[in-house]
Design a binder for this molecule. Structure first.
Ligand code: SAH
Length: 216
């Protein structure tokens, strides 16, 4: 009885993702399962299932649901994958990823955001996610290699330090472009012969900044 369980706005949410071209059923199911209303500010709960980005603490944003679904679909996740996310923010994208792979390491440069995402994800029992306070431009060497890497903050270029972390056959997706303005979502695949780059769609993300934030 999905109609009785799902409030109308959640049904519209699924419909609008499908209408905009998201067709991977596992991705749609993850988008249905993860309660976005628990990742937004309390004052924004009523707007949680609208297709828009919303403000969170530290002047950052939780991405627009369509962009979350699109990036997730483009990653072509498999159950055994180990995934790295740069830019934890609310933890919402990490929660979606965690439904579709084995493990997610997500890195955030603001302590306030890392701490609140960690406790939110623990409360919701997403137990295959590790939240790390750190700098995505400087991932600790001990973190190892990843099957998939997703960057959810705008980078002027994709650093070699990140593509170097891709397993053979691995895929990285990142918004690339100027910090103020429009960026392009870029997908990089590590093939036998090197790195293959494809530009996907235009997007707008908050900037990726170097270093752990000095303010909380
Ligand atoms: N994926 C998030 C939204 C990301 S907003 C979600 O689902 O809610 C982008 C986030 O990237 C911000 O929280 C910002 O602080 C963080 N960020 C920016 N530069 C970073 C860096 N160098 N390392 C880690 N996180 C970074």
């Amino acid at each position: 009885m999905p109609a009785a369980q799902n409030p109308p706005e959640k049904m519209m949410f699924q419909l609008s993702l499908r209408r905009r071209g998201i067709s991977d059923l596992a991705v749609l199911r993850a988008m249905e399962e993860v309660p976005r209303d628990l990742f937004v500010a309390a004052a924004d709960r009523a707007d949680a299932y609208r297709d828009s980005a919303l403000g969170i603490a530290c002047g950052q944003t939780i991405s627009q649901p369509f962009v979350v679904a699109y990036m997730t679909e483009q990653l072509q996740l498999q159950k055994q994958h180990r995934v790295l996310e740069i830019g934890t923010g609310s933890g919402y994208q990490a929660a979606i990823l965690s439904r579709l792979c084995r493990h997610v390491l997500t890195i955030e440069r603001y302590r306030t955001l890392a701490d609140s995402a960690r406790s939110r994800l623990e409360e919701l029992r997403y137990d295959n996610i590790e939240v790390l306070l750190g700098d995505g431009f400087d991932v600790p060497p001990g973190a190892g290699q990843f099957d998939r890497i997703i960057v959810t903050a705008a980078m002027e270029q994709i650093p070699q330090s990140l593509t170097a972390r891709l397993e053979p056959g691995g895929i990285l997706i990142a918004p690339v472009g100027p910090h103020r303005g429009i960026q392009t979502l870029v997908r990089v695949t590590r093939t036998d012969t090197g790195l293959e780059r494809k530009e996907l769609v235009d997007v707008r993300f908050v900037p990726a900044l170097p270093g752990v934030a000095r303010e909380l």
